[in-house]
Design a protein around this ligand. Structure first.
Ligand code: HEM
Ligand SMILES: *[C@@H]1O[C@H](CO)[C@@H](O)[C@H](O)[C@H]1NC(C)=O
Ligand SMILES: *[C@@H]1O[C@H](CO)[C@@H](O)[C@H](O)[C@H]1NC(C)=O
Ligand SMILES: *[C@@H]1O[C@H](CO)[C@@H](O)[C@H](O)[C@H]1NC(C)=O
Ligand SMILES: *[C@@H]1O[C@H](CO)[C@@H](O)[C@H](O)[C@H]1NC(C)=O
Ligand SMILES: *[C@@H]1O[C@H](CO)[C@@H](O)[C@H](O)[C@H]1NC(C)=O
Ligand SMILES: *[C@@H]1O[C@H](CO)[C@@H](O)[C@H](O)[C@H]1NC(C)=O
Ligand SMILES: *[C@@H]1O[C@H](CO)[C@@H](O)[C@H](O)[C@H]1NC(C)=O
Ligand SMILES: *[C@@H]1O[C@H](CO)[C@@H](O)[C@H](O)[C@H]1NC(C)=O
Ligand SMILES: *[C@@H]1O[C@H](CO)[C@@H](O)[C@H](O)[C@H]1NC(C)=O
Ligand SMILES: *[C@@H]1O[C@H](CO)[C@@H](O)[C@H](O)[C@H]1NC(C)=O
Length: 353
């Protein structure tokens, strides 16, 4: 064996060991990429920060992608798979169609990550990191040193399951609790995670049932603040453009703070699914909303705890799934991308030797 061949062999096994994707390792860990992609967090942060300069909504959009990924067969980037001959994309499921955004920015992050660490980091992990960076960029808590990593990407998507598992904005509190319980998430998790609606936007079609004819009463939703009702009626006129956008948090639209909860206290929740957390009589969520609305530290600590919990829903680990090279396609359907990536890894190997 020539010495350069030996070096390649040693390097290859080192890569396999350090790759952390060995079959026995089924636990997610914040240090998963410490050796194999030490700049991962900085790369994700950089691309998302840059995108946010021209699109202040983008962080919220990426945060939501992680949620919609995790609630459908676990945090496995199934949401990112596009329609192909064999994939029925989740992107056209009820809660996602013409609503999720930021897939292009995810692809930009993935390209930057592939450039630095070829074929190493999953799209599912990129979504988990971006969800945290989004909160940090908006002034919320950081849990960068605690993000569990080591998820792998699915080979499948399931639109039917997405239709079943993603909560609708018209949901009752009971339905919300049921859908969260299905993911082993508690009532506390439901209230804490709903606090993500402290940033981002929503289209009229997701809440205008509250404005003119709530539950067939020919009246607005009685729990909706009348001043807010007047504002929303201007943005979403009856029989008007149902794609008009408004802020989920009317007070501090781009800031990650506890105002989501203080809004609920005065009937200023935008979605029915928001306001029911406070306005359902006798509900055990009321005290939690009260507590979060009066204590930012308490909300932040609970939000971080619940985000970490959500991010651990049914991950693929070890040798399950794959590390996708392009987030929108499974590898065996993107031979050109595979070729590119393997050329890149060869180049890196040659350079290293
Ligand atoms: C509790 C049940 C929930 C319901 C019914 C719900 C529903 C919605 C709806 C209808 C929108 C507006 C989408 C649009 O207009 O295109 C939205 C936006 C958003 N949701 Fe939720 N959501 C829920 C929970 C969550 C959770 C748990 C998170 C994250 C942890 C989250 C994060 C977001 C964010 C950040 C936005 C703004 C997205 C943007 O501006 O692009 N939501 N949600
Ligand atoms: C994947 O589908 C989305 C629409 O859901 C589209 O915007 C995007 O361009 C597609 N990605 C690729 C690489 O074709
Ligand atoms: C593979 O992906 C391409 C997009 O790159 C898509 O147009 C095509 O339908 C896919 N083929 C199969 C067999 O899934
Ligand atoms: C998604 O929305 C488009 C309109 O933009 C519609 O034509 C299509 O039928 C919707 N897809 C599904 C699966 O409902
Ligand atoms: C997709 O989800 C549906 C609804 O839960 C389930 O019945 C079906 O088995 C799933 N399909 C696959 C291929 O996992
Ligand atoms: C919820 O917990 C049960 C019992 O530990 C487990 O069997 C199930 O897979 C979990 N479901 C999810 C979505 O994590
Ligand atoms: C209000 O909703 C009810 C039930 O859906 C419907 O029968 C009624 O016609 C609606 N009223 C108006 C003014 O559209
Ligand atoms: C919303 O759409 C209507 C048209 O249906 C338009 O008259 C109105 O100005 C829009 N409002 C906002 C705030 O975009
Ligand atoms: C409606 O909201 C405003 C703030 O936007 C608040 O001052 C007022 O007290 C609220 N009304 C009720 C009845 O809660
Ligand atoms: C809310 O806070 C009060 C006072 O700190 C505490 O006694 C109560 O247990 C809390 N309730 C919930 C549901 O967290
Ligand atoms: C707010 O919550 C934090 C974290 O649970 C707690 O340490 C602190 O005592 C609370 N502050 C007040 C004023 O209740």
């Amino acid at each position: 064996m020539s010495s350069s061949l030996l070096k390649v062999a040693v390097l290859c096994s080192a890569v396999v060991l350090l790759g952390g994707s060995s079959v026995s390792n089924a636990e997610l860990s914040p240090s998963f990429y410490d050796e194999t992609c030490p700049n991962l967090y900085a790369i994700v942060f950089g691309v998302l920060w840059r995108a946010s300069l021209t699109d202040p909504r983008i962080g919220a959009s990426l945060n939501r992608l992680h949620f919609h990924d995790c609630f459908v067969q676990g945090c496995d980037a199934s949401l990112l798979l596009n329609n192909t001959a064999t994939i029925e994309s989740e992107q056209q499921a009820g809660g996602n169609n013409n609503s999720i955004r930021g897939l292009d920015v995810v692809n930009n992050i993935k390209a930057a990550v592939e450039n630095a660490c070829p074929a190493t980091v999953s799209c599912a992990d990129i979504l988990a990191i971006a969800a945290e960076v989004a909160v940090v960029l908006a002034g919320g808590p950081s849990w960068s040193s605690q993000i569990p990593l080591g998820r792998r990407d699915s080979l499948t998507a399931n639109r039917t399951l997405a239709n079943e598992n993603l909560p609708a904005p018209s949901s009752t509190l009971e339905t919300l609790k049921t859908l969260f319980a299905r993911q082993n998430l508690s009532t506390k998790d439901l209230v804490a995670l709903s606090g993500a609606h402290t940033f981002g936007r929503a289209e009229c079609r997701f809440f205008d049932n509250r404005l003119y004819n709530f539950s067939g009463t020919n009246q607005p939703d009685p729990t909706l603040n009348t001043t807010y009702l007047a504002t929303l009626s201007e943005i979403c006129p009856e029989n008007g453009n149902r794609n008009n956008l408004t802020n989920l948090d009317l007070t501090t639209p781009n800031k990650f703070d506890k105002n989501y909860y203080s809004n609920l206290l005065v009937g200023n929740g935008l979605l029915n699914s928001d306001q029911v957390l406070f306005s359902t009589s006798g509900a055990d969520t009321i005290d939690i909303v009260n507590n979060f609305s009066s204590n930012r530290t308490l909300f932040f600590a609970n939000f971080v705890d619940s985000m970490i919990k959500m991010s651990k829903i049914s991950p693929l680990t070890g040798s399950e799934g794959e590390i996708r090279l392009h987030c929108n396609f499974v590898n065996d359907n993107s031979s050109e991308v595979v070729d590119l990536a393997s050329k890149k890894s060869e180049a890196v190997l040659v350079e290293a030797i």
